[in-house]
Design a protein around this ligand. Structure first.
Ligand code: ADP
Length: 504
């Protein structure tokens, strides 16, 4: 690695953060309950670290089960005493205001997100902050458009008048992972508020920084006390206590399939509604007739963007045999030119993994693949002296029974697998556990339709990958999830449907 690239691997928050972001990042952080900042009930704290250097950023309050109870009660009171019945136009105005405040503070938030999550500034500036602004604006619009239907009864239409109503579920617990911290907050917060729910949010313990900054903007926007509560802390006790709490009506969770299952169990006490966005092992299918100028960088970005820490990452790459060598060498060439570095460096294209734990996990998968007989065509090792970097890795010669090809790695590791024709690839692409996303690259429109119909996945991208829009619902098949986020489905997920019937 040349000296220039080596220098990219570290950054200096002291000189590279704006004065505003630096001052915010340095302050110890508190919980946000009922419109006020407070310490954890037992005074506990934990530190969030900078994944580019391994250095501590600052201390956060570590919430307890008692804090969860206080936050849920505050959210419940706010729901019962105003938010539920507030005119939709007034709720919309507050959500629009919050979006505007995020936009006004976008540069600071982008810097904080890059520091805490390792995501490059040139990505957080164009995606991680602007997309939440758009998601909030989109859902602010839904607050005034949610409505239901008049129903003509099938048996006695002239004896009764029936109609439906969409009503907010109540208190929603929003449990968020570390890979897109601020984006994931917006995917849940915006529809929950628009639907008329009040919320208790728990950011991931690795990446709470921007969510706590959001609490300040919630105050500035003028939300009534208790509508938005934010608890920093760990999966246990915070996430689990939220999932169990009898006054929580809905839990919306994004994270691992394993934790998703424990949330379902915890939620069973009061049979609360559960929305889950879980893991994936998404197939990416390249046919020999594809436009390779699109497909090769597209397939590389599908796995290497975000260092592969993306639930929809295209981690299983199926390539039609006649194009296999060309596509693999194209991806290797593309990946070798990606600038890996610390989040705050302007040239960085992909950042570090989130933690030492995550890097060890990725390494052990690749080692297991090697042992099982896979060939490492690119990468396969950690990078740099400090921070949690791992090089983009291409494995060939993997088989469906190898863990690298079966399990979600959540790192920049792709298994390239050849296939012969359209009929072979669908059974290969089908995963026994996951069905989150998929993509297909071809110029043949009937091949594209055939594969798009046949894939057992909640999202299919044709000649593209990872296209998200506030109006486009996304959710997993199989053990990749329950329900959808975004779009109309995303806001309806925070409502209950009531039917009302009048005798005429
Ligand atoms: P990842 O694999 O992305 O780290 P996790 O599923 O471990 O995902 O974590 C996602 C979120 O779920 C985090 O906010 C984490 O603190 C929280 N969490 C972890 N364990 C539990 C649990 N048992 N109950 C509820 N939330 C949890």
């Amino acid at each position: 690695m040349n000296v220039h690239l080596k220098a990219l691997l570290t950054h200096d928050p002291e000189t590279q953060l704006s004065a505003k972001a630096r001052a915010f990042a340095a302050r110890p952080k508190q919980l946000f309950i009922n419109g006020e900042f407070c310490d954890a009930s037992d005074g506990g704290t934990f530190a969030s670290e900078d994944p580019a250097t391994g250095r501590k950023i600052c201390d956060f309050a570590s919430a307890t089960a008692q804090d969860v109870d206080a936050a849920v009660r505050a959210a419940h009171a706010a729901f019962e005493t105003g938010w539920r019945d507030m005119a939709p136009v007034a709720r919309a105005a507050l959500i629009f205001k919050l979006a505007d405040l995020i936009a006004d503070n976008a540069e600071e938030l982008a810097q904080l997100e890059s520091l805490d999550s390792g995501r490059p500034l040139n990505v957080t500036r164009v995606l991680d902050i602007p997309f939440p602004v758009e998601a909030l604006r989109y859902y602010a619009g839904w607050a005034t458009k949610l409505s239901a239907r008049t129903i003509d009864l099938s048996l006695q239409s002239d004896a009764y008048h029936s109609f439906t109503r969409r009503e907010p579920i109540g208190v929603a617990a929003l449990i968020v992972p570390w890979n897109f911290p601020f984006v994931q907050v917006a995917f849940k917060l915006a529809p929950a508020l628009a639907a008329g729910c009040t919320v208790v949010m728990k950011p991931a313990e690795q990446t709470p920084l921007t969510t706590i900054r959001l609490a300040e903007l919630v105050i500035e926007a003028g939300f009534p006390k208790g509508v938005v509560n934010i608890l920093t802390g760990f999966g246990r006790p915070v996430g689990s206590a939220l999932a169990e709490h009898p006054m929580v009506g809905k839990v919306s969770f994004t994270g691992s399939t394993q934790v998703g299952k424990s949330i379902v169990q915890a939620a069973s006490g009061n049979l609360k509604r559960v929305g889950l966005e879980l893991g994936g092992k998404s197939p990416n299918i390249v046919f020999a007739d594809a436009d390779m100028d699109l497909a090769i960088p597209g397939a590389a970005n599908a796995i290497f963007a975000g260092s592969g820490q993306v639930c929809v990452a295209g981690s299983r790459l199926f390539i039609q045999r006649s194009a296999f060598d060309k596509v693999v060498s194209g991806i290797i060439d593309h990946a070798s030119r990606i600038r890996i570095g610390a989040g705050l460096n302007r040239e960085t294209e992909i950042g570090p993994l989130i933690s030492d734990v995550q890097r060890r996990r990725v390494s052990s998968y690749v080692d297991a693949g090697r042992k099982a007989g896979a060939d490492v065509a690119l990468g396969g090792s950690a990078l740099g002296e400090a921070g949690y970097y791992y090089s983009p890795t291409v494995l060939v010669g993997t088989t469906p029974n190898m863990t690298v090809q079966r399990e979600e790695i959540f790192g920049p590791v792709v298994c390239a697998v050849p296939f012969d024709d359209i009929d072979d690839v669908l059974p290969l692409a089908d995963h026994e556990v996951y069905g989150l996303a998929s993509s297909v690259w071809t110029r043949d429109i009937s091949t594209a339709h055939h594969i798009a119909r046949g894939l057992k996945a909640g999202a299919v991208w044709v000649n593209c990958h990872g296209v998200y829009d506030p109006n486009l619902p996304i959710g997993g098949y199989k053990q990749s999830g329950w329900g959808q986020e975004l779009g109309q489905a995303g806001v309806e997920a925070f409502t209950s449907l009531k039917s009302i019937t009048f005798r005429l």
